[in-house]
Design a protein around this ligand. Structure first.
Ligand code: NAP
Length: 323
């Protein structure tokens, strides 16, 4: 059987594509990773929202909603609309053939006329066990200030952002609206961020730069109480008291399996052929969500792109005479 459309990825983009493609009678099938444990990390379907606690900025939930609960609702809605779910990842593709060929994590071959890639991008973490524990339990550690920074637990509290790029400064600047103070912890004594962003950080009286320091542990049982820092110049250790820690050290798009199959940018993000569409360098392959968007990275923008990708796929299939 040749699938009309295969969706890869199970965040807001993938599930929304599943809802629209299902309602368009395309009988879509969505491949998402099966839950598993890798070291200290829980890999679960549902994308980055599975690691978020309360989502307050997704329209339709005036009282907020927990990230994992929201993804379960998305999943149920996609299934209700006729999208089939398979608990395996796609590990290899051949986009040079028609129909496209894809292989899942059990090496089974799937053939598809159209593909929607919605595999997302994962926030980079420091890789500390206590960082992951407190991030997953809602203990005040997050990789997204725009998602979590406005929560009551962070109001008028000392917070810190790790990183020296544009994201870290943008996140730190955003947090100064709520926090009593925001420390920017950077491992060097020079910021990577653009000059304009640097000026913004250095002129913000609520922000304090902590140069040449690496976070080596996150302290606190149920809630973060501080971090342990290592000075890269003096080699000394110190403690900084905090009520929130935001990791802003970049993202990695999940596109390793697409290398040499389609156009990716130098960081691995899928390049869109037209910024207003979801078309890619391969005719019949569409991209949605953070895998093709390093700028907005929000659940609502990913869901919007998932909708666009399903509509683009539906129109493309119709133009090929495949209905
Ligand atoms: P980035 O530019 O790659 O910066 C990552 C930062 O994290 C760097 O300062 C890096 O330190 C630090 N870092 C990396 N790994 C680390 C580790 N293990 N421990 C401690 N620090 C670590 O990533 P980004 O800031 O997310 O930006 C990505 C792209 O999006 C950039 O092109 C950026 O310009 C763009 N962007 C633009 C805007 C805007 O214009 N408004 C906003 C956000 C992002 P080193 O400097 O020492 O390498």
């Amino acid at each position: 059987m040749i699938e009309k459309v295969v969706i890869i990825g199970s965040g807001p983009a993938g599930y929304t594509a599943g809802i629209y493609a299902g309602r368009a009678n395309l009988n879509p099938v969505l491949y998402a990773d099966e839950p598993r444990q890798i070291g200290a990390f829980n890999i679960v379907p549902g994308g980055q929202l599975m690691f978020t606690t309360e989502v307050e900025n997704y329209p339709g939930f005036p009282k907020g909603v927990m990230g994992p609960e929201m993804m379960e609702l998305f999943r149920q809605q996609a299934e209700h609309c006729g999208c089939r779910m398979v608990g395996r990842m796609i590990s290899k593709v051949d986009f040079s053939r028609r129909p496209f060929q894809l292989w899942d994590s059990e090496d089974q071959l799937i053939e598809a006329h159209a593909v929607i890639v919605a595999t997302g991008a994962t926030a980079n973490w420091l890789g500390l066990p206590n960082e992951q524990r407190l991030a997953q339990s809602g203990g005040g550690v997050s990789a997204c200030a725009v998602c979590d920074g406005a929560l009551p637990m962070f109001r008028n509290q000392p917070l810190a952002v790790v990183g020296g790029g544009d994201s870290a400064i943008e996140e730190a600047t955003y947090l100064t609206k709520f926090a009593s103070k925001v420390y920017l912890i950077h491992r060097r004594d020079k910021l990577r961020a653009s000059k304009a962003m640097q000026d913004r950080a250095l002129n913000n009286h609520k922000m304090e730069m902590i140069w040449n320091k690496v976070v080596v542990d996150v302290l606190g049982d149920n809630k973060i109480t501080g971090v342990k820092l290592h000075d890269t110049v003096t080699q000394q250790e110190s403690t900084l008291e905090l009520r929130g820690l935001f990791i802003g050290i970049g993202h990695t798009p999940a596109t390793a399996f697409l290398k040499n199959q389609m156009q990716l940018d130098e960081k691995g993000y899928i390049v869109l052929k037209d910024l207003y569409r979801t078309t890619t360098s391969v005719d019949g392959v569409f991209a949605a969500g953070d895998v093709a968007d390093s700028v907005y990275r929000q659940a609502i923008t990913a869901a919007g792109m998932g909708c666009k990708a399903a509509l683009d796929a539906e129109r493309w299939l119709a133009a090929q005479g495949i209905e």
